[in-house]
Each structure stands twice: as C-alpha cells, then as structure tokens.
Design a protein around this ligand. Sequence first.
Ligand code: ATP
Length: 680
Amino acid sequence: QSTLKASSKDPYPDWKAGDPVPYAALCTTFSKIEMTTKRLEILAHCSLFLRQVLRLTPDDLLPTILLMINKLAADYAGIELGIGESLIMKAIGETTGRSLQVIKSDQNEIGDLGLVAAKSRSNQRTMFKPKPLTVRGVHEGLMQIAIIEGQGAQARKIGGIKKLLAAADVETAGKGTKGVDITKNKGGPSEAKFIVRTLEGKLRLGLADKTVLVALAQAVVVHEVLQQGNKVPSTEQLAKGETTLKSVYSELPSYEVIIPAILKHGLSHLKENCKLQAGVPLKPMLAKPTKSITEVLDRFEGKHFTCEYKYDGERAQIHFVSHDSAEQYATAAPKEGKTEKGISNIFSRNSEDLSKKYPDILAKLPTWVKDGTKSFVLDCETVAWDMVEKKVLPFQQLMTRKRKDVKVEDVKVKVCVFAFDLLFLNGEALVNKSFRERRELLHESFKPAEGEFAFATFGNTDQLEEIQTLLDESVKASCEGLMVKMLDGPESSYEPSRRSQNWLKVKKDYLSGVGDSLDLVVLGAYYGKGKRTSWYGAFLLACWNPKTQNYETVCNIGTGFSEAILETLHEELGNHVIDKPKPYYSHSAGNKDQPDVWFEDKFVWEVKTADLTLSPRYKAAANEILSSGGKGVSLRFPRFIKQRDDKKPEEATSSGQIAEMYQKQESVAKNKGPSVDDDF
Ligand code: ATP
C-alpha cells in the first residue's frame, strides 16, 4: 500500500476527462520511472498513471498499457518493433533538417539514439506548434510503421517515423531532468527520445512487464474502491486483485481480451469472464536444469513423478475447435487455419503463429482426434521424421524447413508431433488438474498415427537404474534426454510461463557440464585469422538482465563453427553492424577487450560450456554474486551449438539464471574456490 502513497498529485494537470491520453503525460511518467531504480517507486508511478487513465479516459487503457510494455499487440499477432538504427537515423536527419553525417557523429559521441533524436529535435526551429501527440495516435502511428511490407518498405517506414517525430514536443525535447541539456543530464520527458526508444524496441526504463501487470491490478482495485465511495483499498483487496490478474494473464496473455473485460465486468468478475481460450496461446511452462539423476531423485524424494523422453525439435502449442463449436475459438485469435473439421493454429514457444510453417500438421490434425474431442490445446514437440527408417531425425533437419508460406505438397522434411500435455479439452481448461489426469485425458482423446502423431514415451519410476535405462534409450532414439515431471497433486498442475521446480530436465550431455546449455545474444565479433580472415572468427556473447534491461557480456566464442556456418553468419550479421555498442550493452571498458564490430541485438545462439568462472573482462551477473568482487561470470571453453530462431533476445538466458548456475557449481566444488580466469 505504501506504493500508492508515493505521489498523490495528478501527473499531468492539463488532461481533461474524455480527452485522448496525452502522450506527453505518459512521457512524464516514463521520465519519473527512468529516474529511479526502486521497484516500489516504479510501481507507484506506473499505477498512479493507470489510475488517471481509468478515471479520465478508460478507452485509452489498452494502448497505454501496450506502450508501457513496448508492444503493439499480443505476441501471437506477430507485429514487431525493433526498427534498425540506420533507418531511424535517416528519419531523424530528414525530420530535423540535419545531415546523416551529423546524426552519425552525434550518435558516435552520445551513443544513445533516443538522446540524439531529442537533441536534434530541440535544435529545430518550427513555425507552428505541432498538434500534441496522443497515446492512441502514437500507438496507431507505430502500428502503421510496423506492418509496412513489400516494395519501398524502408522509405515508407522512414515516412511514418518522420510523421511521429515531427509532431514530438519541441519545448521539452532536449531537456533532461531539471531542464538541463538532455545529453548531459539524463531523464526528462522528451517525446522524441521515447518515440525513438520505442521504435528501437527498448524503452530502458527498468519497467518490467510484470510490474505493469501489478500496477494495472493496483490501479483497477483503487479505482473500483473509490467508485464505490470508499477511500482506500485494504491490503487484502490489493493482494487479491493482483493474484486474480496474474492468474488470468498467465492463462490468457492478451491485454486485447483482458482490458475490455476488466472495463466491462470489473476485476472481481474477471476470472469468470476471461479463461484460457482456444486461439490465444498461453506462455509455456518451462523446466529447471539438473546435472544428474541423483539430483532429480533428491528433489522429488517421496513424490510420484514420471520421466518422459525429451524430444529435440520445436515446441508447438496446437489449438483446435471443431466447426460445430466454432464460437469457442477466441475472437482475438490470429487468422486461423481452417481445416475440413475445424479451426486451428499452431503457436511457437514464443507465442508466434507457426500455422503457415506447418500446414501439413494442420491438414492431418483432425485424423488424430477421437470422436467426441471437439476442442483442445495440446502441448507438443514437432520433430523431423525419417519416413524410410521410421525414426526421429536430428534437430538440424527441422531447421531446414521454410518458416512461412509452406505448401503441403512442397514439404520435404516430414515432421512427427510428439504430444506431452493437454491444457484444454472440450471447452474446459485443464491446467489446474494433476498431470496424471491431464495425461489420461490426452491418451483418451487422441489416436496415434505412425510417423505423424505420437504420445511422448514415458516411464513412471523412481528407481535410479530404471531412470538411467530410460535416459540411455531416449538418447538411442535421438532424443536430448529426459523431462522429469511431478505426477500428482497441486504441484503437478500446469504452470504457464513458469520455469518450475516441478519439471526437471536431464540432458544427455549435462552430466559433465554445468547442467544446461545457455542461450546467448550476439553483440559483437572479431575478424578471423589465418583461414578465417574473410569472415568473423570469434564473437562476443551476452546474457540478458531483465531487472536492469541490459545485456551483460559473458564470453568470446570461436569454437563449434563449420566454415559454411561462419560464411552464413558473416552474411547475416553483416546486415546488422552498428558503429557503437548500444547504451544497454554492458561490457568491460578495457581497450583490448573491444570487438572489431558491434551488432544490433537480434540473434540468439545456443552455447555449451565446460564450466563457469569469474572474469573482469565480462559483466554477466556481476551484481548478483556478492562474492564476485565486481567480476562477471564467464563461460570456459564455450562451444556453438545452434541458432535459436525461436527465442527473442529478451528470452536469452538471464543474469539470474547464470548466477544460479555459478553458485550451484561453486557449492559443488566448495573447497576448490573460484576457478581461474582462462577464458578464450
Ligand atoms: P529453456 O528456456 O528451458 O532453456 P529451451 O527452449 O532452451 O528452454 P530446453 O532446455 O531444451 O529448451 O528444454 C525444454 C524444451 O524441451 C521444451 O520447451 C520443449 O520444447 C522440449 N520438450 C521435448 N520433449 C518434452 C517433453 N516430453 N516435455 C516437455 N518439454 C519437452
């Protein structure tokens, strides 16, 4: 509750009830958030602003929330920001009448494109004061930019960016906190700065999506209590509102559905009105890594659990509703795949719509369904399948499939779907049932078809030798190892979006390593030597810190690449070179540690390592490990495994996870002390 008292004044007095929310008001709040690192203060600013929106202009609640989480729509809509630096620089130049050369030199000096835009805009003489920007106008403008495709797309995108920048406020444009030059004194509500950061896809306010969700819950509870004539909500009311919204959002992560429902029915009735729906992907449950079968046995001691093969393919969430129950399919769903028997979509781990990648699955889907199965959401893994040998093929084969506009008749790499969970059946969410029940329903509702659809192989045993045998067999069947899952009771429910203790992964090649491979973002590269001179020979990788919203460097990597891969990477990454590291790249300042080129944060790679060590050259988890003395964690003998096209940079391994891995390793080797820094 203390968070609500942080500020009681209207954040923006000029805004009247019914007016579209002024974008300047949102920027004022952003600026306040930017100036603090305290989570409770951030929450208070955010929630206060949302209360204001609810009181004055509730119709704008949705675009306000979307701009706060720096998204234009739910993930499955596939509408993304993250516009390249060169395009934004051109637009800044053209809007403000400065040459590209000057913009580039400013960017070199300041290193933050948002501030460059702010400075450029403030130096501009304008004849007319532009019409003030509104939150809904900015959201619409950004949406138009994001969906531009086809011929002349770049020029049209620049046109869209120019329109927004030309309407940005000039008065506050170049002013940081207390009116001082923005490039010297950060902060300040400059609209140009926040427009550019939004376009880049990184607001850098330390405003986590989860905080926005909690702020929304608080704002709605306070608003509803005030409307009922009471003064302040009780702590219990606030906590209840938060729990309700979190649980609804985890099953139905779509503000497009939730916000209208809150406005119409109120938060206390949200659960009845917003349930898991076919057509809206829920965030998948994730597993914790383990290093050995004995660790699994320790963690699950005295509990019933099951060991499933861990298939090495692509996660897929398949949603289906038969035509006669079509009204069950979410209206907010992306354009659905119509089949003879129903409507369906396939979503990735990222909630991206994969329906155009897997038309072959959608076509066959109805033949795997038993009579009486009218609607469902399946959690599965699609795996490349050898039709002749009738066995699973390595992941690399799956990667060769086209991602879009695949025609069934052109499919060369056949896939088999291995189903391991059932989350929704015949109009009812199953996530709160035990896994044993969910699995039974899965087996009752579907029929396997060789080489097309199968249930994940499993064994319910707690005997070490039997688990070892399953692990060996899974590896022989070209799987990655085992997924060990709790079977009974509330602990075995499906926990959307959580990396849960109740799902453990044991990978075949963990056993000597740190427990798991890591997914890291490529930030820079070094030119090769000898045979590799025409390409990059090594790369600088980083993990993601969701708290500070910075990438923290973690290693240089030069092993695991074939020449063909290096050539492809050179071509792909070459299109994303930038002159300077972005302000949210956290790396050692030492001269000899700088890569030859820097890249936009686009690519995620899976990497294996022998173990973890501390190093002054890197920054990963430096603030999370108290005993590190400011050194970062780094990988020893890192090895490239594959590109992770299904992960966004913000879904890379987090600093927290790296700290956890490091601490686990150190507690195992308690008496050894930290290992020496001898990285690549
Ligand atoms: P993480 O973020 O947990 O590292 P990841 O995508 O890198 O996720 P893995 O570490 O390989 O994945 O392990 C989890 C993934 O294993 C799941 O997301 C799913 O795609 C896959 N998988 C294969 N078989 C199963 C199974 N039987 N049960 C659950 N997941 C499975």
